[in-house]
Write a protein that binds this ligand. Structure first.
Ligand code: C2E
Ligand code: CA
Ligand code: CA
Length: 387
């Protein structure tokens, strides 16, 4: 592999093999970087071609990080560091890839490394907490479930949004520890509510594909349930369609069927937002479909969107799935989801995620607001009748 690279980049390049598939290359800067780009493409092609060895054929899935000198670094140490950063960026993409070092890349990677360090500490010192967002039945406003959402309190902002640190956690493997924390906390809370006689329906926990694919995931679930003496059907695990990327369907099916045996509910999250291959839907043992917020958002104002939403509800319904509509923000969106008989609605119109001990009072306030709205409608009706 080294020889193949050397043949492309020539004697002025310094090539370092970091691991079997990973290379860092230092190249002289030609003023534009165009030649280097051309070389990089060739290098990926060459390295991706199978190698014939005596024992048989092997294939690499190469990643190459490239730094151009002296533009990107003026000393050896910096040059190796920035080429390493470029390699890290290249590895973030799927398949055979290369990347060049650049200042924005530097900033991004620095930011990620900082996040990783802080997150590690936050996990250790138990700074992370869970908030819960109610899902209510549109027919009567009753609680049918709660989604546990992770919250990382911050001094500068109220919370660091999960969208900023979950991807970092997934990249660094910290998601395993984080996911375990979330599952544990949510089960503990659910067991507490159950003892208190608070009927919450089910508690939903987000599971990252990385957690899900780990061989012992079902066992972890089993152990956590038994630690809190919690009946499995009170827990729902939410996975997105991303679990199907990079993972063989048979493996997914095996994990799902083991979870099925345990008796937890399974929900397909953000449905319709990404890689929605409808072909798998009927084969997989899910009980619930969560329709991505994008479909409900503004659908009460746009008839075409409303039809699409209705169609997705119908699709899920015909497969016998419980339907949760996400992201109802306005009375109009809530009414639309209610009109299509979704089993549950989750959205700011009811409430954003809140600490566990505020759930009961927030729901009571929501019910009062529904009653008032109904009262107003009645009032209007009566006024019309009298007029
Ligand atoms: P998600 O699973 O789709 O969670 C729903 C997100 O939508 C939450 O954002 C929630 O606050 C937000 N949301 C709910 N109702 C509304 C609404 O009416 N309008 C709008 N605009 N947004 C609404 P959050 O808490 O920031 O979480 C973002 C994502 O982070 C989640 O998306 C989930 O993918 C991930 N996440 C959160 N907690 C965890 C966790 O414990 N584990 C894992 N693996 N991922 C998590
Ligand atoms: Ca979710
Ligand atoms: Ca979602």
């Amino acid at each position: 592999a080294y020889a193949r690279l050397a043949s492309i980049f020539g004697p002025s390049a310094q090539i370092a093999r970091i691991s079997a598939d990973d290379f860092c290359i230092l190249l002289p800067f030609d003023g534009k970087g165009l030649v280097a780009e051309d070389y990089a493409l060739k290098a990926i092609d060459l390295l991706s071609a199978p190698f014939q060895l005596e024992e048989g054929e092997i294939r690499l899935e190469p990643s190459i990080g490239i730094a151009l000198l002296p533009r990107d670094a003026s000393d050896v140490e910096t040059a190796h560091r920035v080429a390493g950063l470029a390699l890290r960026a290249a590895k973030d993409r799927n398949g055979a890839q290369y990347d060049f070092f650049s200042p924005p890349l530097n900033e991004r990677v620095q930011m990620e490394m900082l996040t990783e360090t802080l997150l590690r500490t936050a996990l250790k010192t138990r700074q992370l907490t869970l908030h819960y967002q109610p899902q209510v039945c549109p027919a009567n406003g009753q609680l049918v479930g709660l989604e546990a959402l992770i919250r990382w309190p911050s001094e500068k902002r109220q919370f660091i949004p999960p969208s900023e640190f979950i991807p970092v956690a997934e990249k660094t493997g910290l998601i395993l520890e984080l996911g375990q924390f979330v599952l544990d906390e949510a089960c503990k809370q659910a067991a507490h509510w159950r003892r208190e006689g608070f009927e919450f329906g089910q508690v939903s926990v987000n599971v990252s594909p990385i957690q899900f694919r780990r061989g012992n995931f079902a066992n972890i679930v089993r152990q956590t349930l038994s630690a809190y003496d919690l009946p499995a059907h009170l827990v729902c695990l939410e996975v997105t369609e991303n679990v199907f990327l990079d993972t063989g369907e048979q493996l997914i099916l095996d994990i799902l069927s083991e979870l099925q045996t345990i008796g937890v509910q399974m929900s397909l999250d953000d449905f319709g937002s990404g890689y929605s291959s409808l072909s798998y839907l009927h084969r997989l043992p899910f009980q619930e479909l969560k329709i991505d917020r994008a479909f409900l958002s503004g659908a009460d104002q746009h008839p075409q969107k409303a039809r699409l939403f209705k169609g997705i509800v119908g699709l899920g319904r015909s497969l016998g799935l419980r339907i949760i509509a996400e992201g109802a923000e306005t009375a109009g969106e809530y009414a639309l989801a209610a009109a299509h008989n979704c089993d549950g609605l989750q959205g700011f119109f009811c409430t954003p995620a809140i600490p566990a001990d505020e759930v009961a009072s927030r729901l009571a306030a929501f019910h009062r607001s529904l009653d008032e709205a109904a009262g107003n409608c009645l009032g209007e009706g009566e006024r019309k009748l009298r007029a």
